[in-house]
Design a protein around this ligand. Structure first.
Ligand SMILES: NC(=O)c1ccc[n+]([C@@H]2O[C@H](COP(=O)([O-])OP(=O)(O)OC[C@H]3O[C@@H](n4cnc5c(N)ncnc54)[C@H](O)[C@@H]3O)[C@@H](O)[C@H]2O)c1
Ligand SMILES: [Zn+2]
Length: 364
């Protein structure tokens, strides 16, 4: 079992990475659970696959194990779902010394984290992520929340789990597109922080795409280590954590225009290509590295071009983005593979050129 310790000024916890759920019992050993109850939040896709295996491990440890299954998908990430979960916890008489487990992807993790942070001002929270996106990214760092009135992640808090348990076996049942979706965030983390990791990804392309055990363990542990180091330095998202937004400024704006068509990670891939293009045009990144970054998304089933985009609308979306503060747009650019920087000098014209670059054309 791999173990990564996360030490933030607002809380410390371990990330365990293993095959199967069995060693979760060992991971929980150090944590007091005498007479405590465990409530599992999961979704309608994950429950039939993994709920019983997780329950059978937890039943050996906890005095009582309950669960609630939400409908799979982002549409469930709202206050109403959280209210229903508050009712379930109240009915089953959960107290502050009990536990909430999140079994699922980022949607379940964000909902269950918010539930754990707010019910009776905080229950102990364990993340058991089952998507690559959640293992590599969303389960780490303590951010949680729900969407409100059409705005994503509008209501939420910072609340750390007491542990994260990644069972890499669960990644094998993910649809190919969902696997690629999470891989985009892993690739992004390598580009911002770790050129050796990036090279390993390219060298291990077949093993990763075949989801071989060793490759999955390496993929999850390296990505988690990068996210850990960034959140340790900036637990409340006030500085360095912005680097994790590589590809997200343009990515989010495309995502908003392509709801139901493109997944988040696919937009992050497009946004990263655009950011790499701007970095090259600003003479920060070499031409060779730009083309390498662009082309290396392709074997991992991620897009590097997109058709039918309204470029002016995307630029308007970017200007309204929350990352625009009074100092202008905070953009993440790439100096070289493994080193990203925060830059406030990107103009609308440069973004327009980058959008033209990623716009699909037959000559491409
Ligand atoms: N809190 C953070 O720091 C943070 C960071 C990034 C993203 N997020 C949030 O994460 C969410 C996206 O997470 P996601 O991509 O994991 O989406 P998701 O939770 O919707 O999961 C994607 C799909 O895969 C299914 N699924 C999950 N695990 C599976 C498995 N092992 N096998 C088969 N199917 C499985 C789900 O039911 C769902 O249909 C968004 O709401 C986003 O805002 C949060
Ligand atoms: Zn993202």
């Amino acid at each position: 079992m791999e173990k990564i310790d996360v030490n933030c000024q607002n809380g410390s916890y371990n990330i365990f990475i293993d095959k199967g759920f069995e060693s979760l019992a060992e991971a929980l050993k150090e944590i007091d659970h005498e007479g405590c109850k465990a409530f599992i939040v999961t979704d309608s896709n994950v429950a039939p696959l993994y709920l019983e295996s997780l329950k059978s491990v937890l039943k050996k440890i906890f005095a009582q194990v309950d669960h609630s299954e939400i409908k799979a998908g982002e549409e469930s990430k709202n206050i109403k779902t959280v209210e229903d979960l508050y009712s379930a916890l109240t009915c089953a008489k959960y107290t502050r010394s009990d536990y909430i487990f999140a079994l699922g992807g980022g949607v379940v993790g964000d909902i269950a984290g918010f539930l754990a942070a707010t019910y009776k001002r905080g229950l102990r929270f364990v993340q058991v992520p089952t998507t690559l996106l959640a293992m590599a990214d969303s389960s780490i760092g303590g951010k949680n929340g729900v969407d409100y009135n059409g705005y994503k992640n509008m209501v939420g808090s910072f609340y750390n789990p007491i542990l994260i348990y990644d069972n890499i076996e669960t990644l094998k049942s993910l649809e190919d597109r969902q696997f690629a979706n999470g891989f985009a965030e892993a690739m992004k983390s390598a580009i911002i922080k770790d050129s050796h990791y990036y090279e390993w990804m390219i060298d291990s392309m077949y093993e990763i795409n075949d989801r071989e055990d060793d490759a999955l363990i390496e993929l999850v542990s390296k990505s988690a280590s990068i996210k850990k180091s960034v959140v340790e330095n900036d637990p409340l998202d006030k500085g360095e954590r912005a680097l994790l937004n590589l590809g997200h400024t343009i990515g989010h704006a495309i995502e908003a225009d392509k709801i139901g068509e493109l997944l988040h990670g696919e937009c992050v891939a497009l946004g990263t290509v655009a950011a790499a293009f701007i970095s090259w045009k600003k003479n920060m990144l070499s031409m060779e590295e730009y083309y390498e970054i662009r082309d290396m998304f392709v074997p991992f089933n991620l897009p590097i071009s997109v058709d039918n985009i309204d470029k002016d609308h995307i630029i308007d979306n970017i200007s309204n983005d929350k990352k625009v503060d009074n100092k202008g747009l905070k953009f993440i650019l790439i100096k070289k593979i493994g080193k990203a920087v925060i830059d406030a000098s990107v103009s609308k014209e440069e973004i327009m050129e980058a959008l033209k670059e990623i716009e699909y054309s037959d000559e491409f």
